[in-house]
Design a protein around this ligand. Structure first.
Ligand code: AMP
Ligand code: FES
Ligand code: ZN
Ligand code: ZN
Length: 302
C-alpha cells in the first residue's frame, strides 16, 4: 500500500476515506481534520486561551499536542477522580506531558470538591458510576474554566465517542439530549463556558495512531468502572457496522449533524437559572451536582 500523497510505503490505511498515508502525511491529514473542525464550527480564535480537559488517555493528549503544534495558547485541566491507581497513573501521564512541553496543567480533585472520591460518590447514589462521574466532570470542568477566566473548553471526544453517544440517545429516543449533541456548544449563559470537540471528525484508531507516531505516553487502561458500560456495547455495534461498511459511523454522525439535528434544536425551550446553593447554572432550583454532593455528605456523615 502506498501513501496517497507521496507514494512511499503507507503506515496507515483509512478505508472510510479510501486512502492510505505514510507517517508524516498521516500526521498532516489528522491536523488538517482538526483545523477543519475548528474553522467550520468557529471553535476558537488564536487570541483565546483554550482550556484542554485532559484525562491522560490518547485522545485528549493527542488533542493537546495538535493544538500546541498549531500554535494555540492552551492550558490543561486534569480532574483527579480518586479512582485508585487509574487516577494516579493518568495524572502522572498528564503531568509528564505538560512538563515536557512547558505547558501549564491545572489539577482539581474531586475529593476536595465533593467530600469524597468517585468510588465513594458512587456508593451514595443509585446512578450508574459513569453517570455520577460524568455529571461531576461536566460541572467541575465548567467551574474551573469560569474561575480561571478561560472562554472555551476543549475535550478529546472523537468520532467513535460521538457516534456511540448519538446511538445511545436514539436507541432510547432521548430527544432532549439530541440538540446537545454537537461538536461545538455555544455559551448560552454567562456562567456556561463554550465547549468544543475538535477531534469529532477523527476515529479512535486515528487518534491512537497519531499518539503513537508522536510518541505520546498515555494511559492505555480504561477506567475500572467502564467495564460493561452500555456506551462500550454501542461502540461494539458501530464497529461491526463500520467493518461491514466503511464510513458507516461517519455517515451516521454527520448525517445527523447536517440533516436531523436542526429539527431538534429549540434553544428557547430551556430556561436556565442559577443554583440556589452554588450559583452555577441549572434548569431547576438546586443543580444536580449540589444534590449529589448532599447525598454524599449524608452518607459520609456519622
Ligand atoms: P470520557 O468521558 O472518559 O470518554 O472522556 C471524554 C473527554 O472528557 C476526554 O477526552 C477529556 O477531554 C475529558 N476528560 C475525561 N476525563 C477527564 C479527567 N479526569 N480530567 C479532565 N478531563 C477529562
Ligand atoms: Fe468516570 Fe470511569 S472515568 S467512572
Ligand atoms: Zn506520504
Ligand atoms: Zn449547585
Amino acid at each position: 500500500m502506498k501513501c496517497r500523497k507521496c507514494g512511499e510505503g503507507a503506515a496507515l490505511e483509512l478505508r472510510r476515506h479510501n486512502a492510505a498515508f505514510c507517517a508524516p502525511h498521516f500526521t498532516e491529514f489528522l491536523r488538517k481534520q482538526v483545523r477543519e473542525a475548528i474553522r467550520q464550527h468557529r471553535m476558537f480564535t488564536p487570541d483565546e486561551t483554550v482550556m484542554v480537559a485532559v484525562s491522560g488517555g490518547k485522545d485528549s493528549l493527542a488533542l493537546w499536542d495538535v493544538l500546541i503544534e498549531e500554535g494555540y495558547r492552551t492550558v490543561g485541566l486534569y480532574l483527579d477522580l480518586g479512582i485508585f491507581d487509574y487516577s494516579r497513573e493518568s495524572r502522572e501521564k498528564c503531568e509528564a506531558f505538560a512538563a515536557a512541553r512547558g505547558q501549564q496543567l491545572l489539577v482539581e480533585s474531586v475529593e476536595s470538591a465533593m467530600g469524597a472520591p468517585i468510588p465513594e460518590v458512587q456508593k451514595a447514589t443509585r446512578r450508574p458510576t459513569c453517570s455520577a462521574c460524568g455529571l461531576s466532570k461536566r460541572y467541575l470542568i465548567n467551574r474551573a474554566a469560569l474561575t480561571h477566566g478561560f472562554p472555551v473548553v476543549a475535550t478529546g471526544h472523537n468520532l467513535d465517542d460521538e457516534a456511540a453517544t448519538l446511538f445511545g440517545s436514539v436507541m432510547h429516543w432521548q430527544t432532549e439530549a439530541l440538540p446537545r449533541q454537537s461538536p461545538a456548544l455555544p455559551s448560552t449563559h454567562p456562567k456556561l463556558v463554550r465547549r468544543v470537540k475538535p477531534l469529532y471528525r477523527l476515529a479512535e484508531r486515528e487518534t491512537a495512531a497519531y499518539a503513537f507516531l508522536r510518541r505520546i505516553d498515555y494511559i492505555v487502561e480504561e477506567c475500572p468502572f467502564a467495564e460493561g458500560a452500555t456506551s462500550l456495547a454501542h461502540k461494539e455495534v458501530l464497529n461491526r457496522l463500520e467493518a461491514a461498511s466503511p464510513g458507516a459511523k461517519h455517515n451516521f454522525l454527520f448525517g445527523f449533524l447536517e440533516r436531523a439535528r436542526p429539527a431538534f434544536d429549540r434553544p428557547e425551550a430551556v430556561r436556565l437559572a442559577e443554583c440556589a446553593a452554588c450559583g452555577q447554572v441549572t434548569t431547576g432550583e438546586v443543580c444536580a451536582f449540589c444534590k449529589l454532593v448532599d447525598q454524599v455528605k449524608r452518607r459520609v456523615a456519622p
